[in-house]
Design a protein around this ligand. Structure first.
Ligand SMILES: Cc1ncc(C[n+]2csc(CCOP(=O)(O)OP(=O)(O)O)c2C)c(N)n1
Length: 189
């Protein structure tokens, strides 16, 4: 499965959600499909997209929050899974695109390439719904079920270690930061 195809398959669901991604390849791929004001691309702070998603989910129980994480990123913040599980926001869907690689910085293999199981780690941390999917159909079904489940979910999607040609986009980090904050403020109930 290609991550870009997975994002395309569920892109129309994002209209009602708040979306947070890690930096690099996935951010550029989502922007290539189409940026929206409810999307935030967390630059530089590797590993912390799920923590930011947790904060937004707790502060905004009226919105579903989707985080697009990477295997290298979540492996840098495994304690974040225990905090997710402790607060267990029902409106958070945590997707980990697992390409077994630090793709955005050259493709060095991560621990999932030697057998570490992120869905297993998340379940052991106490995340109530976890799954690993390998095909586009499985991903689409599991993502929709997670959105409908109203329960914290970590969904690991095994994807090929393939990304866009360039990771730099014309949306600057600061512009995204201010516009996203404004979006959250203006949509507050
Ligand atoms: C604390 C920290 N260490 C290293 C980096 C450099 N860095 C940026 S993206 C990245 C790889 C991310 O890997 P993964 O989460 O698996 O996503 P992928 O690039 O494979 O899509 C690294 C190491 C960083 N931004 N911050």
């Amino acid at each position: 499965m290609l991550r870009l195809d997975a994002l395309r398959a569920v892109y129309d669901r994002f209209a009602d959600c708040v979306v947070v991604t890690i930096m690099g390849a996935v951010a550029a791929e989502l922007q290539s499909i189409g940026h929206r004001p409810n999307f935030f691309y967390l630059q530089h702070a590797m590993g912390l997209a799920s923590s930011m998603g947790l904060g937004i989910a707790l502060a905004r129980p009226d919105r579903r929050v989707v985080v697009f994480d990477g295997d290298g990123s979540i492996l840098m913040n495994l304690g974040g899974l225990t905090t997710l599980a402790r607060y267990r926001p029902r409106n958070l869907v945590h997707v980990v695109f697992d390409n077994e690689s630090l793709l955005s910085v050259g493709g060095f293999p991560t621990a999932t390439s030697t057998g570490s199981d992120i869905a297993g780690i998340a379940a052991a941390a106490g995340v109530p719904r976890t799954a690993t999917v390998r095909t586009l159909d499985e991903f689409t079904r599991a993502f929709d079920e997670a959105l409908a489940a109203h329960e914290l979910t970590t969904l690991v999607a095994k994807v090929e270690a393939v990304g866009p040609k360039a990771f730099v986009t014309d949306l600057s980090m600061l512009e995204n930061r201010f516009a996203f904050q404004r979006y959250l403020r203006e949509t507050r109930p």
